[in-house]
Design a protein around this ligand. Sequence first.
Ligand code: ADP
Length: 451
Amino acid sequence: MNWLLPRLIAVLIATALGGIAGLMIPGHSVPLFGALLGFACALGVIGVRDTLNGYRLIAWLRGSQEDPAPRDAGLWGELGYRIERSIRLHERSAALERDRLTQFLSAIEASPNGVMLLDARDQIEWCNSLAADHFGLDPQRDRRQPVTNLVRAPAFVSYLQAGRFDAEVLVPDPRGRRTLSVLVRGYGDGLRLVLSQDITEHERSDGMRRDFVANVSHEIRTPLTVLAGFLETMTNLPLTEVERRRVLTLMTQQADRMGTLVSDLLTLAQLEGSPRPHADRWVALGPLFAQVAVDAKLLSAGRHTLVFPAAVDAQIAGAPNELLSAITNLVNNAVRYTPEGGRIELGWKLLAAGAGEVSVADTGPGIAREHLPRLTERFYRVDGSRSRDTGGTGLGLSIVKHVAQRHGGELDIHSELGRGSVFRLVFPAARVRAVAPAVQVALAREERALP
Ligand code: ADP
């Protein structure tokens, strides 16, 4: 109230001065009239000042209020100060709320799930960019649009319209590119929260797992059925010694086949479950190639021309058993699929920039172009019966590809029908080093001597 007292004092002084002036007019003593005039003058001056100050305050209020309010003394000064303080407080708390909302929305934006908020009429209130991508929406343009008009996935629309949200729904992308898992939760007054997740990869690996189990079961069941048949024959029929030997040989073949399959499956499981081979354990290729050559000669039994490099002056960093398994698989495939009289060549080459390549070339039947991209899939065979007849499991190239990738390299296949095939294992420079043969032997001895 510190603005009221000065006014009262001013009015009183003006009234008193008016009264005194009225007294002092010679011949006409009109103190009352003088006091009234003084009072009226004081009110008039206060009124004019108030009008001016009020006008300035209103002009400030109508503006952006970025400058401070007019700092007048008295009533208008206090009014301006209090209004400004309440505006600033309000602005500060609004800014705080805005910051909190921005932080909250950024947290939802960072969510690994798509998040969309719908109002009571299923119009889009807000969605994060993942939800926009999942449902093909534009987060800005599509705001306030009914979601059912924009999302052309019948499974999602009927799920939303049915209103039973106890379980999630699988929504296939209309373009067949992916599958979404969508879950809706109600909140507030008829509002809805839509959570979406891309489960394409999950579905794919689930499908692969199912196929894998079906394939393994099939691969095991076939030799088992044959074995069971032979056992029945041996139990129920009187066989001659020659027949008995023949049946036993065939049974052994089937048992071997199952054994090879199980061992390939174990190799694959081991490759998938173990850490990548060390990048500082150097394996000399010379002794590795020599071992592969022994196996290949046994398998070929003189039916092919086998060519192996005389001396290989290189080492590869990695797991020796894996490298041996990969190269043996490639050479054995070449021997198994190349008809008698064919030529099989194992080679080693240093490539540009220090990379290295192990190659296995054969003059076999070759592989038609359409099969090439699928050759490294588990159980994929170009000719199933030929593969089985020669003891194949359909897992060999899958193992080779795994080994190559675990060593930072890749398997490269070139083949043409009737013109043979070349399989190349390419290793990166970091895992390849050239060593003179004499040094290699010394290094191999050193490695053996290590604890
Ligand atoms: P498999 O145990 O059947 O040989 P792989 O995974 O080793 O399985 O090979 C997959 C398929 O690729 C084989 O079934 C065969 O049809 C084809 N293939 C592999 N190597 C050769 C080759 N050197 N020449 C012709 N075809 C081959």
